[in-house]
Design a protein around this ligand. Structure first.
Ligand SMILES: [Zn+2]
Length: 319
């Protein structure tokens, strides 16, 4: 997992998910999934949940040596507006996901042992002769390790985003420019960067949280649970005091702690940022949630169509 491309993103080529989608079906069948994807004899399938609603399309994807079939269905549902409080979310600083009410959600990071295993797996691949069967085997074990770590992070992200969307009427997140935030700290030959390793560690921490994934999950889950997702500009959210409103970049004395020089407030830095994000979200919607939100525009007219978008039933098999 050490390999980085020029954009600073980690390359996951060995475990890249490949996928194709089938076209819309022309007629319904009693066993719709089977009509899209005839299962060869001897393939074990794990059905995660029954398929609910009318199937619109089916996507077949593969990751490492596993194959996944997910069906997108259409289902008419009535979604009552969410009655929970509004909440702001800070992503990817000292803690992975921190809410403005102080709740913290963790995203499991690779343990030192796992990191070592991954490095070893990489080394094994490169040591073995190109085009050899043994190299292919090594590639597969590497891909399996990467896929396992990715699955675990995804599972934690799903649990966190479901809890958040289910329990809040308004969810406010920052519009993070992840590429910019994870630029390498190396600098140029004339002006070498300082704290290169520190920046690299921060980058790894942020990429492991996958803010874009979390945002995408919140986008559709907020629709499912009748809540409104508001995306705000991240400017100054971590430098502003959530108690008195003073903007002071020096007040964040450590990654985890914010101490305001103006009012003396002493806060968890992420929670302070999450509260600022919430305030921004509320003011950007004019105090009326749902007025200026990108996901709320699709609620209503398209609600029935989209109600189960992404809510796929899945079949899973192993080669
Ligand atoms: Zn203050």
């Amino acid at each position: 997992m050490r390999k980085t491309s020029r954009s600073g993103r980690r390359s996951t080529s060995a475990a890249a998910r490949r996928a194709f989608a089938t076209p819309t079906p022309s007629r319904s069948r009693s066993s719709p999934a089977a009509s899209f994807c005839r299962k060869p004899a001897g393939v074990r399938i794990v059905m995660h949940r029954p398929i609910d609603g009318k199937i619109k399309n089916v996507t077949v994807s593969t990751l490492a040596d596993e194959w996944f079939v997910s069906a997108q269905t259409e289902l008419e549902t009535v979604i009552p507006p969410n009655a929970g409080p509004a909440v702001g979310i800070d992503l990817g600083s000292a803690q992975p996901i921190v809410l403005s009410d102080g709740a913290v959600f963790g995203i499991p990071r690779a343990t030192p042992t796992e990191r070592r295993r991954l490095e070893n797996a990489h080394r094994t691949v490169h040591r073995r002769k190109k085009g050899s069967k043994n190299r292919e085997k090594a590639k597969l074990s590497l891909a399996r390790l990467q896929a396992k770590a990715a699955r675990r992070r995804r599972d934690a992200a799903h649990k966190a985003t479901t809890t958040i969307a289910k329990n809040h009427s308004v969810v406010v997140i920052e519009d993070l420019k992840v590429k910019q935030m994870t630029k390498t700290g190396r600098g140029t030959a004339e002006a070498p960067g300082t704290l290169v390793q520190k920046k690299a560690n921060e980058n790894r921490a942020l990429l492991e949280i996958a803010p874009r994934t979390i945002r995408t999950m919140l986008e559709y889950k907020c629709r499912w649970y009748g809540s409104t997702l508001v995306v705000v500009d991240p400017a100054h959210t971590s430098e502003t005091c959530s108690a008195c409103g003073v903007v002071d970049a020096e007040a964040r004395i450590t990654r985890a702690r914010y101490v305001c020089n103006a009012c003396g407030g002493d806060f968890d830095a992420d929670e302070n940022a999450a509260r600022n994000i919430l305030v921004k979200g509320i003011s950007s919607t004019g105090g009326l949630p749902g007025m200026a939100c990108e996901s709320s525009q699709t609620i209503g007219r398209k609600q029935e169509d989209d109600a189960r978008e992404g809510g796929s039933s899945a079949l899973q098999g192993r080669e």
